[in-house]
Design a protein around this ligand. Structure first.
Ligand code: PLP
Length: 459
């Protein structure tokens, strides 16, 4: 059978990745422009697969953002290491349904091995149950569903059978700097907005005294959400103190470590996560710092029964194997085989390679903060402990905004804006394996130039 379209796609994929470092970081076309290039009315007749791919590339490429490239510093975006990208290409071709062992022994096995390696690498309990989800949002959702089961079961309530109506009230406590995806997960689970918010310090870390006061104020089934890696500052909650308080008050402790949990993979950075292994559940993204293609994340739970009870389902046509069944631990029935790419990234890098990659990103954040932060008028607003830098220019919202816009328009790199401690700021995040010190120096020079221009244009 002819497979010309594959050859065309691989050729374009290779060309794109070979050139991604030279691409303008931002897209050159808008969504509307790409839609127009792709669109028109539904064609009546088909065309050859290779022609489809050529048309897709021609229409889509101007609208691609170089998030896979080494100078994209927006959000928290990983690239993809070569073996993971290649394994994902195979995953698409193999088209396995990694739901049950029976459907894909290979898909289930890759997940099992890769998940076990992740627990080891991240210093989480080896006996924890785990699932691979689309992202940290769904990992948070899954973990908090397990938490909901466990705290209500302890109060004598079966939430899977009886739902939340009439259930004992669950109190959810989050930190003031909790990521919005945790709040969304809580909403999806029927909790609404958190009942209590623990105060945070200037880096976004939960203040144990505030959490302690909230925990002591009421006796109720309780879930506490803490964080490894604040999306702006990169800071870590004080897990030992938080875990002590949760143990004292019988609360379930969940940790959203979408990117920060990866610090545990580095002997030099692991101290930032001290106490993280004392939690009941964890969420982290593989598509961030492990550098596997989107979408890929890990949820892990100490209480495997709570995890499985919250997620599992059955039907007469479903035959369960004797071991771990992937779809019984995540909120998906049919699902792609994410384990292959995770396995491939871990196999390519090894534990030492992951540690080196994490440490390199953090060194790059330090370099960027030093280069830009040493310019008079630039203020680094956070303690740069990880891969995140928050900057403010001329102590002015307007100049900060103009600097960000000028950097984005220039195109060498991409950085976004944020609000930090009540002020507008630029945020920098680096997690891509391919970023070099030269990329950081080049980008820092662009930011400094943009600032000079923005400052001069100040009315
Ligand atoms: C701390 C934190 N939690 C959760 C998320 C959400 O992750 P995802 O987009 O993979 O669902 C992010 C994304 O940046 C994050 O930084």
């Amino acid at each position: 059978m002819e497979r010309d379209a594959f050859d065309v796609a691989v050729r374009h994929a290779r060309r794109f990745l070979d050139g991604v470092s030279d691409r303008t970081a931002a897209a050159r076309a808008t969504t509307g422009e790409v839609a127009a290039a792709l669109g028109g009315s539904l064609p009546r007749a088909g065309v050859a697969p290779a022609t489809v791919i050529e048309q897709l590339v021609a229409a889509a490429e101007p609208g691609l953002v170089a998030t896979a490239g080494p100078r994209f510093f927006g959000w928290v975006m990983g690239g993809s290491v070569e073996a993971a990208t290649a394994a994902d290409l195979l995953t698409v071709a193999w088209d396995q349904v990694a739901s049950l062992q029976e459907m894909s022994p290979a898909g289930a096995a890759a997940e099992e091995v890769a998940g076990g390696w992740l627990l080891d690498l991240l210093g989480l309990p080896a006996e924890a149950s785990f699932g691979l989800t689309t992202g940290a949002q769904m990992a948070n959702f899954t973990a908090l569903a397990a938490a909901r089961h466990a705290v209500l079961a302890r109060a004598g309530w079966d939430v899977e059978r009886d739902g939340l109506q009439g259930a004992p009230r669950i109190r959810v406590i989050v930190g003031a700097e909790t990521h919005p995806t945790v709040l969304v997960a809580l909403r999806y689970l029927g909790f609404g907005a958190p009942a209590a918010v623990a105060e945070a310090d200037t880096q976004g870390r939960i203040l144990p005294a505030s959490l302690g006061a909230l925990l002591a104020s009421e006796r109720a089934p309780t879930i506490v959400c803490a964080q490894a890696g604040n999306v702006n500052s990169g800071s870590f909650d004080p897990f030992d103190a938080v875990a002590d308080l949760c143990a004292e008050h019988g609360a379930w402790l969940h940790i959203d470590g979408a990117f920060g949990l990866w610090a545990a993979a580095s002997p030099h950075l692991r101290h930032l996560t001290r106490g993280v292994d004392r939690a009941d559940s964890w969420a982290t993204d593989c598509h961030k710092w492990l550098n596997v293609p989107y979408d890929s994340a890990l949820v892990a739970c100490r209480d495997a029964v709570a995890h499985a009870t919250a997620m599992s389902w059955s039907s007469a046509y479903v035959v369960l194997g004797s071991g771990r069944e992937p779809s019984m631990l995540v909120p998906e029935a049919s699902r792609r085989a994410r384990g292959f790419a995770v396995w491939a990234a871990l196999r390519q890098l090894g534990a030492d390679g992951v540690a080196a990659m994490i440490e390199r990103s953090c060194a790059h954040a330090g370099l960027f903060a030093a280069l830009v932060g040493s310019v008079p008028g630039v203020e680094v607003l956070n303690d740069v402990v990880l891969n995140q830098v928050v900057l403010r220019f001329a102590d002015s919202d307007e100049v900060t905004r103009r600097t960000i816009a000028a950097v984005q328009a220039e195109g060498t790199c991409w950085l976004g804006g944020t609000h930090w401690q009540g002020r507008e700021a630029m945020r920098f995040s680096t997690t891509n394996w391919a970023t070099t010190a030269a990329d950081i120096e080049r980008s820092a020079a662009v930011v400094v130039d943009a600032f000079e221009g923005a400052r001069q244009a100040r009315p």
